[in-house]
Design a protein around this ligand. Structure first.
Ligand code: SF4
Length: 568
């Protein structure tokens, strides 16, 4: 291992160059996490998202950093020391402090590479700031002893040494002051100008920097992941129990229905209980702790609600409430939403390639009428007018939908009009079930983003369904429910007897039918598709979350991207 001595070099944000010989006491306010100064020096928006909005995403680099610290502890290299100072306004856990010839040496371990220097390797400005903050805490705890900083970069096996000099002291004091200012602000800072930083930032999928920059018309790389590698665990057999064993969820079917199965918790994004399924308190606690959403459906497919995934603090909701209390904001968003829904229906009808001339005439006429409604959405003076336009569009769309079905489709699976609560035919039984799954997907995404499902911009509160969930769901009814269902009926994927339970009052999906609908939906969600506005491919599952994040950008960043995607 080489050891390199360097002097402090500025180069980060403005406060990195501030000069002061001693920290100014700041009393009374909650202190700043020392680690947060690292984020602050990297990007002020990152600091704000983590410290103010309480968003944290553990990506591969974060896990690797945690593993390094565990390894160092096991090797006896890493002795954490908790320190706090009201005068400095800081608290934190220093990696290690050692005595070297009468000097207290503060060690900070980093997994990556050192910064390139002129004559010798350098520490990155954010690492210097963090180590300097720890050094000030150590100096206060052990007064009188000289203190030095060392940052060890494990990838390059180098250690960079630098003194706790006046410039570094001043930089820490200025950074704490800046952090406090940002913490008190309701405004999220803009994305960093240094774009290369975003490619390495764990919060890029939440921050969406390239989407924000793209609004000004430049081509950008995509940082939003194409798909979520974790699976949704559906439990649809009545009487099944879900428990926990160490880091796994254990699904035990009722007696005589097979052996228990185990799912590693890290591979599960959500647990969905359909009907009479028991989830143990231990499994629930594990899910909440590990950011695994838990959702309940009735056996008939109605979404009852869910737990978990509530990222972010009150600031995000306050901004949502402030924005959506303005009638003009709601109307603008609702116009775009209804136009997107009508255009989705129109594009689906345009795909029809089957049928006789009568079918084609009906479809062409419906397409014409839907197209005529689009400009009216842009000019709609009120939500009531939009509701009327949406209703007119639905009548034309559902009137034409039977003409998308093949002539050889079992008559019992033909669509002859929308009905629900309860569904009275097989097509509507599946459609209602799929809508329930879409609703769950959207509500989970809204919670994950940290918004309140109860505060929407178009739908009015009704039942247990949150208006914002119902709003956003309008974008996904066609691609996630109508399209896969019509396609599956046309390829005769359904058994009109075995997949349904039919009474004179209603038609429900049978156990086999539910399993088929779940598989159809999950497969559809994983299909990737190129976003026409952002120019990159992503799965429908990710698209739902992306749309919710773009909705939030309508009031926290650059507006104009929500509800602009279109089906091919
Ligand atoms: S993605 Fe870029 S702009 Fe957003 S927080 Fe990270 S570094 Fe900052």
């Amino acid at each position: 291992m080489s050891v390199v001595v360097t002097r402090y070099r500025g180069g980060g944000p403005q406060y990195m160059n501030a000069s002061s010989t001693s920290p100014k006491p700041v009393v009374g306010e909650p202190s700043i996490r020392t680690h947060a100064l690292h984020a602050l020096a990297y990007c002020e928006r990152l600091f704000y998202l983590e410290e103010v909005e309480e968003l944290r995403v553990a990506d591969a680099a974060v896990f690797a950093g945690r593993r390094l610290h565990v390894q160092l502890q096991e090797e006896g290299e890493h002795v954490e020391l908790e320190l706090a100072s009201e005068a400095l306004g800081l608290h934190g856990r220093v990696d290690a402090v050692k005595t070297r010839e009468g000097t207290l040496v503060v060690y900070e371990h980093k997994r990556g590479r050192h910064a390139p220097g002129g004559d010798a390797p350098e520490a990155w400005p954010s690492d210097r700031l963090q180590a300097g903050a720890y050094a000030l805490l150590v100096e206060e705890r052990f007064p009188g002893a000289p203190v030095e900083c060392r940052v060890r970069y494990h990838q390059t096996d180098t250690t960079v040494r630098f003194p706790l000099d006046a410039a570094l002291r001043g930089a820490v004091v200025a950074a704490v002051a800046r952090a406090r200012l940002l913490r008190a602000s309701r405004e999220r800072p803009p994305v960093t100008q240094e774009e290369r930083k975003c490619a390495k930032c764990s919060l890029a999928p939440v921050c969406l920097p390239e989407e924000e920059r793209q609004v000004v018309g430049e081509e950008r790389p995509r940082l939003f992941p194409e798909d979520d590698v974790r699976q949704v665990l559906h439990v649809a057999t009545p009487g099944t129990r879900v428990g926990r064993a160490a880091e796994e969820l254990v699904v035990t079917p009722p007696e005589g229905e097979g052996a228990p199965s185990r799912q590693p918790g890290r591979m599960v994004s959500a647990l969905i209980a359909h009907g009479a399924v028991q989830v143990s308190a231990q499994a629930l606690a594990y899910c909440v702790e590990n950011d695994i959403g838990v959702h309940w459906f009735t056996s008939g497919g109605r979404y009852l609600g869910g737990l978990g995934g509530g990222a972010g603090n009150v600031h995000r909701r306050l901004r949502q409430f402030e924005a959506l209390r303005q009638a003009s904001v709601c109307l603008g968003l609702a116009r775009r939403l209804v136009a997107a829904k009508l255009e989705g229906q129109l594009r689906f009808l345009l795909r029809a390639s089957r049928g006789d001339s009568e079918s084609r005439q009906v479809l062409a006429s419906a397409v014409r009428d839907l197209r005529a409604l689009l400009p009216k959405c842009e000019e709609a003076p009120s939500l009531e007018v939009l509701l009327g336009l949406e209703g007119a569009g639905a009548a034309r769309y559902f009137g034409a939908l039977p003409y998308l079905q093949g002539e050889d489709v079992d008559t019992r699976l033909r669509f002859e009009g929308r009905n629900r609560r309860p569904p009275r035919d097989r097509f509507n039984a599946v459609l209602g079930f799929l809508f329930g799954l879409v609703h769950r997907e959207v509500e989970a995404a809204i919670r994950a983003v940290g918004l309140d499902v109860a505060f929407g911009f178009y739908h009015q509160p009704r039942g247990t369904a949150g208006p914002l969930g119902l709003d956003v769901m309008e974008l996904f009814r066609v691609p996630l429910a109508d399209m896969p269902l019509v396609a599956s009926v046309n390829r005769r994927a359904w058994d009109a007897d075995a997949d349904f339970e039919v009474t004179s009052e209603h038609v429900w999906l049978s156990k086999a039918g539910r399993a088929k609908a779940i598989e159809l939906y999950e497969r559809r969600k994983r299909e990737t598709w190129k976003n026409n506005v952002l120019g990159y491919s992503l799965s429908y599952a990710r698209l739902v979350e992306l749309e919710v994040r773009l909705l939030e950008k309508e009031w926290t960043g650059k507006p104009g991207l929500f509800a602009t995607f279109r089906l091919r």
